[in-house]
Each structure stands twice: as structure tokens, then as C-alpha cells.
Design a protein around this ligand. Sequence first.
Ligand code: G3H
Length: 211
Amino acid sequence: PKMIYLTRHGQSEYNLTQKIGGDSSLTAHGEEYATALAAWVHKNILVDNPRARLWTSTLKRTIETGKHIRHDEIMLDGQPWIVMRPREWHALDEIHAGIFDGMTYAEIEAADPEEFAMRKKDKLGYRYPRGESYLDVFQRLDTIIHELERQRDHVLIIAHQGILRILLGYLMWNEVKDREECPHISIPLNTIKCLKPHAYGCTCDSLCLLK
Ligand code: G3H
């Protein structure tokens, strides 16, 4: 692709109550980000690149974040073209916390201090009981990386912090030298990471669209 734009969903109900996982909707603040994102995307991407792609996960919070990005049909080379018809990928769903899905970190620590300590010790390799590890996420993102490599236009990905950490670390191999670093990369809400691929990895600009 020419450019890869990565962003998290806007603030969700679970973000607000500090629960992990789940499939909650956006809060009013999250909605505000969805609106700000659409305005930015129209102005900075779609104007000159009507063929740009929008990919989300299958979870409500990412779909809702992309929903104001216009879907109207335009004519391109005499053919009707649905602008930015979103594509939903299971491979972009958040890291699965297994039996701890829907809990806060404090609740997990209280319920099972041993598991909590194990994850702290090895965040990359630790697999949630009946869930996933970051290494598992690396594997399922293979599909996304392959598909990204095939794209000739810009791609905007609306996903989740756990997922974007791995994608960003993978794409920025010029800067992120060790996989161990990936689970600790911070991807704040309300921010777009603009990645420009070059022969050796990518350069990255961060843009905060909303406080
Ligand atoms: O918001 C939660 C993240 O997506 C995953 O967080 O892997 O740092 O626990 P964590």
C-alpha cells in the first residue's frame, strides 16, 4: 500500500469501566472520535484516493468507529464504485482473554494472582486460559500482512490496542527490533498512526485527533 493508517476504536463502554475484551459499543466520547475520524479521513485520504480501503475487526466498537466514513457510490472509470466499503476481519479482533474476558485487571489479580503474575513475567508468550497469547496474535495477523502487501492504495485499519501493537511492531521492523517489545507499545485512543512503507520498514507519524 501507499500508506497504512492505524487507529483504535473510539472509547468503548468497557474502556470506561476498565474491563478487557467483550463486545461493547462506543460511549458518547467514542462517538465523537468516530465523527472526527470521518472528517479527517474525507479531507486527508478520500479526496485524492477514492479507492482507499477501510478494514475493521468484527467487533461493534471498530465498526461503529468507521460508520461515518462515507459509503456513497461514485463513478470511477465509468464504473460505479462504493467508496470505502468496510471489510470486517476476524483476524483483527482483539486478543482473546479467555476465561478473564469481561473482567478488570484488578478482578483478574484478585481471582487468580498466579495467572496474573505469569502474564506480567512473560507478556508475549503468556496464553490466557482458553484464550490467546500475543504470539498467537502474531500468527493470525499473517493473513492481514499478506493482504496488506497486495494492496496498491491506502489502507485504513480500525482495530484494537493489542492488535495494533503487533501490526505496528511488525511493520516498523526498522525500529522495533525485538518481538518482546511489541506487547508494551502504547497506542493511545483518539490517535492515528500514519505509516509510510519504504524499502526498510516504515516511518510513522502520530496524529491525535481528539483530547
Ligand atoms: O486494552 C487492552 C489491550 O488491548 C490489551 O492490553 O495486553 O496490555 O493487557 P494488555
